[in-house]
Design a binder for this molecule. Sequence first.
Ligand code: PLP
Length: 400
Amino acid sequence: MKKWTTSLIHPDARPQGGFESLVTPVFRGSTTLFPGAGDVTDDWRHEAGYSYGLYGTPTTRELGVRIAELEGGNHTFVVPGGQAAISLIALTFTSAGDHVLIPDSAYGPTRQLADDVLRRFGVEPEYYPPLAGAGIEAWMKPNTRLVWCESPGSVTMEVQDVPAIVEAAHRHGATVALDNTWSAGVYFDGFAHGVDVTMQALTKYVGGHSDLLLGSVTVRTAEAYERLGVVHDRLGLSVSPDDCYLALRGMQTLGVRLAALERSALHVARWLATRRAVARVLHPALPSCPGHETWRRDFTGSTSVFSIVFAEGTSRESVAVFVDALELFRVGFSWGGVHSLALPWFHLRRTHENPYGDRLVRLNVGLEDPEDLVADLGRALHRAGLGGPSSSHDAEQPSL
Ligand SMILES: *Cc1c(COP(=O)(O)O)cnc(C)c1O
C-alpha cells in the first residue's frame, strides 16, 4: 500500500475522459514525459515532438501553427513579446563583421537593440530612409547580411516599397525581415511580396485586449526554419501557455475586430483631416501619408493606428494640453486593444530629418463608438485652442 503522501503525487483515481472542448486546453508543464528510456530526445525540431516545456507545449505550438497558417509561412516560433521576436531575428541572421540596414522609421526599441546590443557584438547597423525603395541599392555593402523593413513605419507611418527592397537585397544575398505588426500579418502578405522572415507583436491585434505580451517569428523556407530554430532553442525564449491561450482566443475574433477598427479609424482620420489645426494625417489609406500609393498597391486593408501632425507653429504645450484634455483616448504605449489611445511624440529617434518636430501625436482607435471618439477629439482640440474646421471645410461646422 502506498502512503497517502505518495498517493498525492501518484494517484490511482482518474476522472472519466471523453471531454471534447472547442477550446485549446492550457497545457502547463516543464517536464514532458517520454514513454521510455529509449524515447528520450532533445531535438529542437518541432516535428520531433515534445522534449521539455521550455521548447514548446501543445498550447504554444498550436498558436504557432495557426500563425503560420494565417501568414502562409513555413513555420512560426512564438516568443515572449514583439521585441523578443526582433531580437531572435537579429541574433539569427547577423554575425560579427556584418552590416545591417534598418529603416529610419523603425520601432524605437529595434534601433536600441541594434545600437546598444548588436554593435557590442561587432555588427554595424545603419539607418536608411524608409521610402528608399529600389534606392536601397545605394545603401548595400558587400557585408550587408540583413535588411530590416517595417511598413508602415512606427509613428511616422511611411509605407515601404517592400518588393523593391527585397529585389535589391536578394541580389546582394541579404535576408529580408519584416515587422508586420501593423497589418496583423493579414493586410500585407509578407511572403507573397518576397520577404524571408516576418514577425509581429501578438501583443497588439492577435491578443487584442491589452492583457498579454507575445510575439511571433514566421519563416518562408525550411532553411530559415533550421537557422532560426537553433537560436530560438539556445536562447530559451519560453512563453506562458496561459498567454498563448489568450492569444488563441483573441485570434478567433481578429477578423471582426480588424473590420470594425478599420472603419472607425478611417472615420476618425478623415474627420481629423478636416480640422484647421491638423496639417497632416499620417494614415496609410489616406493620400496625405508618405507611401500611400504603395499601400494601395500592396495592402488589402488598414488598421487602427495612425498619427496626426499639427500645423507649423503649434506649441508643444498646446499638443500636451490637447492630449491631456482627451477623455476617451487614454495616454499609454502599445495598441491594438479595445481602448483608444493617444501619445504625443516629443522624443522621436531619427537619424535623418524629422520634419514634424514636436507636433506629432499617434492615435490608436479602439472599439468605442466612432462618433463619441470624434466628439472627444473635438472637445480636446477646442480646449487646447486648436479647434475649428479648416477653411476648406467651413461648410460642415461641427456642433462642438
Ligand atoms: C509593440 C511593437 C513591437 C514590440 O512588441 P512587444 O510585444 O511590446 O514587445 C514591435 N514592433 C512594433 C511595430 C510594435 O508596435
